[in-house]
Write a protein that binds this ligand. Structure first.
Ligand code: BES
Ligand code: MN
Ligand code: MN
Length: 462
């Protein structure tokens, strides 16, 4: 593999500059004002796969944003890796908290990234990580070192729930047939503590609307006599967690898979510095479900969080008003064996049941998804662990993550393939937040590691 290392060294600057170009495109999938930019980004991904040497590169339209497909079949008898990633990004707001433009990438050093990190929306999630795969593929192609077949499926709707990806996979089962799915859209523990993600949480996402009086009222003339939907909503939300920070929705925990004490002890051996964690977030203390550690609270336990809440007057100055309506967006992170449809249903029934007579409530489900776990005794995990060890000089730790990639469970149910979550970000890279960044070390280390995975996987599958 020496020739790959030399190739990477020689083309380092170009690999970076191409990523910077990709990061300049505001492919915000949630906002239709950016549709043309999303389409341009799909074209960029398409063109880079063509340039890298892929065949049958297509931009597949969907009722939403397009999916980019590409493949290189060198021998049908060899195993096939299906690479999945996403070229869409989260909205960049709040814009005023960015130190540089979200779509004007700049490289700056940070404490955790002394070699520099690229600051831009999507740098880590997931353009930087997705593009490592395109560059790793280019390296293997240009050096005649591709050891197996590969297919790429890069979508543009991951950040809005991948609604059109399920039907696409269902309709293209043969085309997408593979032995394993490889994804870089997660994190490692630290740059000197490599890890492989072996679990993702599921998700149930709902929006609630609470209506009080039929119109906004003068808060002096009516206040005290008519239900204020903002006050009521705040109370309803607060009641959904008890004094131990357990969720009070009846039946919520019924299907939660219990993790054995031995497994819990094992997972808590992972390096984790609570003081540094609090310091990084500037909080005096952490808060979460009683009797669980921070690592457990963010991996093996379900949650309920308000993502946004609004209603009434939020403009400058003061306006005395008793608002007619209040709203909130609420997400619940789920763990094995919870089912998002069932949880959404339990939430809806509970929310309706706790609403006082003085208001009307409406619950609208958004997207959801199932949790996923990967066994560590599988060929794909072993190949990934060997690849990480080779590149980092240190064996990786298996770690469950708190995030969600709902499509992973569909790879298993529709295509019958397991997914390897070999991500290279850091949890502190500010994904979905202002000043998102991705370390140069991480970008290049990913490009170096991916061909090792291909090599070891192809060898182990023989
Ligand atoms: N890449 C993230 C998921 C992730 C991040 C997993 C960090 C593990 C560690 C992905 O793009 C994402 O943001 N997923 C959403 C869910 C989706 C349905 C919008 C999430 O987790 O909020
Ligand atoms: Mn992502
Ligand atoms: Mn994301």
């Amino acid at each position: 593999m020496q020739e790959l290392t030399t190739y990477l060294d020689t083309h380092k600057d170009r690999f970076l500059n191409e990523l910077l170009e990709l990061l300049k495109m505001p492919s915000v999938s949630a906002d239709s004002a950016f549709s043309a930019d999303v389409a341009r980004t799909a074209q960029f991904v398409h063109d880079s796969l063509v340039a890298a040497g892929a065949d049958n590169v297509e931009i597949c339209p969907t009722p939403g944003h397009p999916i980019v497909y590409a493949e290189k079949i060198i021998d049908p008898k060899l195993p096939t890796i299906l690479v999945y990633g996403h070229y869409d990004v989260q909205p960049p707001d709040p814009l005023d908290l960015w130190e540089s433009g979200p779509f004007e990438p700049v490289i700056k050093k940070t404490a955790l990234h002394p070699d520099g990190a690229i600051f831009a929306r999507g740098a880590c999630d997931d353009k930087g990580q997705m593009y490592m795969h395109v560059k790793a593929f280019e390296m293997m192609m240009k050096n005649d070192a591709l050891p197996c077949n590969v297919k790429f499926m890069i979508e543009g709707e991951e950040e809005v729930g991948s609604d059109n990806l399920g039907p696409f996979i269902e309709a293209n089962k043969d085309k997408l047939a593979a032995d394993v799915c490889l994804v870089s859209d997660t994190s490692i523990i630290a740059n000197d503590v490599p890890s492989i993600t072996v679990g993702l949480r599921g998700l149930s996402y709902v929006e609630v609307e609470v209506t009080g009086p039929n119109r906004d009222l003068h808060s002096g003339v009516y206040g005290g006599a008519v239900a204020n939907p903002v006050n009521i909503l705040a109370k309803m939300i607060a009641s959904m967690q008890d004094e131990n920070n357990r969720i009070t929705i009846p039946g919520f925990y019924d299907d939660v898979a219990l993790v054995t004490d031995a497994e819990r002890a094992e997972m808590n051996k992972a390096p984790f510095d609570l003081e540094a964690y609090k310091m990084d977030l500037d909080v005096k203390d952490v808060r979460g479900e009683k009797d669980y550690t921070t690592l457990e609270r963010t991996s093996i336990r379900p949650t309920l969080d308000v993502n946004g809440i609004w209603g009434g007057y939020i403009g400058e100055g003061a306006k005395t008003v008793l608002p007619s309506k209040a709203f909130a967006k609420i997400s619940m992170r789920l763990v094995p064996n919870q089912n998002d449809d069932k949880i959404t249903d339990l939430f809806t029934k509970h929310f309706e049941s706790i609403a006082p007579e003085s208001v009307k409530v409406k619950v609208t489900p958004h997207h959801g998804g199932l949790p996923a776990v990967t066994p560590t005794d599988s060929v794909e995990y072993k190949a990934a662990a060997k690849a990480m060890e080779k590149a980092f000089g240190k064996a990786p730790l298996p770690q469950r993550s708190g995030g969600s990639i709902p499509i992973v469970s569909l790879f298993e149910t529709i295509l019958g393939v397991k997914t390897v979550l070999m991500g290279f970000g850091l949890d502190s890279d500010n994904i979905h937040s202002p000043n998102e960044h991705y370390g140069l070390f991480n970008y290049y280390k990913g490009i170096e590691t991916i061909p090792y995975f291909y090599q070891f996987y192809a060898e182990m599958k023989k």
